[in-house]
Ligand binder design. Structure first.
Ligand SMILES: *Cc1c(COP(=O)(O)O)cnc(C)c1O
Length: 362
């Protein structure tokens, strides 16, 4: 079997254990004579998977009882619109902290739905840093404050402290770093994350949301877009993305079997330390644009001396079994997406390859 080392930003590599479990169960799920894809979303077999996935998420993150765990469709991009549709009423405004390409899109969508204000942006610095708390221009009457915990394209991440917003609910797009470590869910009013970066395949978006915010949500929007509709139905108001949720369940079980989020965080921090020390030791050749305190451990972006060398690296590395290293088309360069399913060993192999490449193409 020839599996490559896959550094794609999303859909991204998945733990082999999660894929093999799906393979084993694929054509005959638990002796039912059909795959889980073919089961009714209202049947007891699928229901067990659905609730197991919710239970695992609750357990891994200690999700408090006054939060819903929702599994929705439409990706994180749909949440850019659905968050303000639900949480931003007439006469109120929402604050947006824009630290990269995804935050910019979220802000633009919110402005279509209602009144949204820019509380801070690092656009003038090309998104190579995050704003400090004292730089935030926060409205104490805002409906919520939205930010992006990890900017997948720009490679900046909130590694320690999140923005402080007092009593104003904090809303976070955690698509590319959800479950990279444990965090205190209570700091947030709402968190959303498309699964296909760090916790599963595409097709399902996790939302953790405080129950009182759901209850207070707007009712002048179509029912299908109300959080309450899915919250009241345990995310089964209509047909759920059953196979995506099933696979996410397998990934969550792998996280638990690996030692939980404490172990996952240790690996992720070690991977980040290895890559950035390598880049810093070889900074004549590899240039990391992001300021040290904000360097993402999930998406590591850097430049080579020329765009031609970058293209050469992407192509030659792929031929050698290291795929998905091309930076996003909007920013260029190289990007290593080092999500949970990328092992420390995979990073060590990649760094040895990069060292060799630099020596040969100096
Ligand atoms: C990928 C990504 C999105 C968009 O996700 P879709 O599921 O494709 O809509 C939004 N935000 C962040 C931070 C992302 O990484």
């Amino acid at each position: 079997m020839a599996r490559v080392l896959n550094f794609n930003p999303g859909p991204a590599t998945l733990p082999l254990a999660a894929l093999e479990r799906a393979q084993k169960e694929f054509t005959d799920y638990k002796g039912t004579g059909m795959s889980i894809l073919e089961h009714s979303h209202r049947g007891k077999d699928y229901d067990a998977v659905h609730n197991e996935a919710i239970g695992l998420l609750r357990e891994l993150l200690d999700v408090p009882d006054d939060y819903h765990v929702l599994f929705l469709q439409g990706g994180a991009s749909q949440q850019f619109a659905v968050v303000p549709m639900n949480l931003l009423p007439e006469g109120k405004s929402a604050d947006y902290i824009v630290t990269g390409a995804w935050g910019k899109k979220a802000f633009a969508e919110a402005q279509i739905v209602g009144k949204a204000r820019l509380a801070a942006t690092t656009a003038a610095d090309n998104f190579v840093r995050l704003p400090k708390q004292e730089e935030l221009d926060l409205d104490s009457n805002a409906a919520y404050v939205h930010f992006t915990s990890n900017e997948t394209i720009n490679g900046v991440q909130y590694l320690d402290k999140f923005p402080e917003t007092g009593s104003v609910p904090l809303v976070c797009d955690m698509s590319s770093d959800f479950l990279w470590r444990k965090f205190d869910v209570r700091k947030f009013g709402l968190i959303y994350a498309g699964a296909q970066k760090n916790i599963g395949p595409s097709g399902v978006t996790c939302v953790l949301v405080r129950k009182d915010l759901v209850e207070a949500g707007r009712t002048d929007i179509p029912k299908i877009f109300r959080y309450k509709t899915q919250a009241d139905a345990n995310s089964l108001a209509n047909t759920a993305p059953t196979f995506s949720i099933y696979l996410m369940r397998n990934v969550l079980q792998w996280v638990k079997d690996s030692g939980g989020l404490e172990q996952i965080e240790k690996w992720n921090r070690e991977k980040g330390r290895l890559v950035y020390s390598f880049l810093d030791e070889n900074k004549d050749y590899f240039k990391s644009p992001v300021q040290v305190d904000y360097r993402s451990v999930m998406n590591i972006v850097f430049r080579l001396p020329t765009p031609e060398l970058e293209a050469k690296l992407v192509a030659e590395a792929a031929a050698a079994g290291f795929v998905g290293l091309k930076g996003h088309r909007s920013v260029g360069g190289i990007r290593i997406s080092a999500y949970n399913a990328i092992s420390v060993e995979a990073i060590q192999k990649l760094l040895a390859y990069l060292k060799d490449f630099a020596a040969k193409n100096g």
